[in-house]
Design a protein around this ligand. Sequence first.
Ligand code: ASP
Length: 329
Amino acid sequence: MTSTNSTRLTVLATGGTIAGIAGSAIAKDYRAGEIGIDDYLEKVGGLGLGAELSGRQIANIDSADMGPGVWNPLHAAIAEAMADDGCRGIIVTHGTDTLEETAFLLDLTLAADKPVVVVGAMRPADAVGYDGLRNFANAVRVASDPDAAGRGVLVVMGDRVFAARDVRKVRTRGTEAFRGFPRESIGLVTPASLEWFGAPWRQGRAAAFRWTTDLPEVVIVYAHAGLDAASVRRQIGDATRGIVVAGLGEGNMPEAVRTALVEQARNGVAVVRASRTDEGLVDREPEDRDNGFIAARALNPQKARVLLQLLLADGISDPAAIQQKFDRR
Ligand code: ASP
């Protein structure tokens, strides 16, 4: 579990397939979040990773159930590790399904003083070809690198390092399940090497947003052919403060839906146009000003939702002010 090397890293475990068990090397079905952090560190102890790892179990869940209940203790534990002079970097193990949301939320709310690396796996720990050991060893390599600090929260999957802002899960199977947009990966990593070739998104090391336990309700409306205003209205409740449209193409939607959402915007609900396409850049269109809409730029709907929640929690609700933050973080 430990080595004689002085690099001390904190590992915060939340579950996912990286801690999953199938009960057989070739089974298809498995349970995510089964192995505890102590057993996991025992498992990686034989790899000779050259870092002293201390672990803490924050949760042990399938990341489909990730949300404020786990984010709160996770954020607090990372902040504690950041303040610990002996700790050089932090690794968060996480299910891959919502990894991009957690990584982006942490990126927006943490100082960038020490490396924070989020890592997962696509195959359970007892499967043939388990990718979790490789990904974890790569994460140790990245979290141990002083040059990783200042880059914001990083995601390590499939021998690549991604910035939290860019990364997303693009495949349901296979070990190359993550890609970056608008930038691809910003580093290549193996357990023995690390090469950076992308500049950080982050400017400065201070957190962009204060942490809050009270994230306002923001719903995602998924646009499709035949979507009508009535079904959109059914998604919106009294507590809804924001709506992100996973729009058609460059943030488009049926006319009746647009009319319904203009009405919401006039009532003070923040409406963000994102894209349901995989690599969707949504720029402002001339009508956005009159409609009171905001363009998500390169953020996908689930990440646009995270940013909008933080802005609303910070009391920023004017569409022009929100747009500025989507234009520049
Ligand atoms: N369902 C799993 C999770 O997100 C998938 C994974 O980790 O790969 O927890």
